[in-house]
Ligand binder design. Structure first.
Ligand SMILES: Cc1cc2nc3c(=O)[nH]c(=O)nc-3n(C[C@H](O)[C@H](O)[C@H](O)COP(=O)(O)O)c2cc1C
Length: 191
């Protein structure tokens, strides 16, 4: 990416979301074109937090652009644990909480689909870091305003609107989705 654009020209850089443990992400294909644009189903490929601290953060030290770390976790406790560790790293200017990922310790819905869960998650992270907290909302809700207000009320400094809207493209010949993994009976792919 730094061969395409000079990172020092950017206001900040948010590299790919990090998970606690390494995970492979979804099988290919992970993206497909549609008439209206492009849909993706990436599944957050990540080398895990240890690799992030050892390799990714030091790499960004060569750039003036502030580094914002995007955190993706499977439970509120894991968000808190990761935020405390990453928030303490001097090069990291702010944390992005990717609350569009599923809450696997609960009902599997994205954290950001509930104002109560959002409020609880952000309040707990607020207690373990003084760094600015950016909350990345999911658009896959009935009323995003209540979730946004819950995040703000819990101490979010900024909102990112928004992650990928759910979408599906069907291959009319195989009658199967063109991309996407099946989680709890739902095909997850986004526009
Ligand atoms: C290839 C690809 C990888 C993405 N990876 C992440 C990610 O790691 N973390 C995240 O929060 N969002 C991720 N997203 C979502 C985008 O950051 C963005 O929120 C989404 O594409 C909607 O914005 P847009 O309409 O401008 O594309 C990814 C999207 C794509 C297409």
């Amino acid at each position: 990416m730094d061969k395409i654009i000079d990172f020092n020209l950017l206001g900040a850089v948010i590299p790919k979301s990090i998970t606690k443990y390494p995970q492979r992400g979804n099988q290919n294909p992970r993206a497909c074109e549609t008439k209206g644009g492009m849909i993706n189903s990436i599944g957050i490929q990540s080398n895990g937090i240890d690799y992030y601290l050892k390799e990714i953060v030091p790499y960004y030290k060569q750039y003036r652009a502030p580094l914002i770390s995007s955190i993706s976790a499977e439970s509120i406790d894991e968000f808190v644990e990761m935020s405390e560790i990453i928030g303490a790293v001097p090069k990291v200017s702010a944390l992005e909480l990717n609350i569009s990922c599923p809450n696997l310790k609960s009902d599997g819905r994205a954290f950001g689909m509930s104002d109560d869960v959002t409020h609880h998650l952000v309040s707990r992270v607020r207690k373990v870091t003084d760094k600015p907290i950016l909350v990345k909302l999911t658009p896959n809700v009935t009323d995003i305003r209540s979730i946004a207000l819950a995040a703000e009320g819990a101490g979010a400094d900024s909102l990112i609107v928004a992650n990928t809207p759910l979408a599906m493209a069907i291959d009319i010949h195989s009658r199967q989705p063109k991309i996407g993994n099946i989680m709890g009976g739902v095909i997850w792919a986004g526009y």
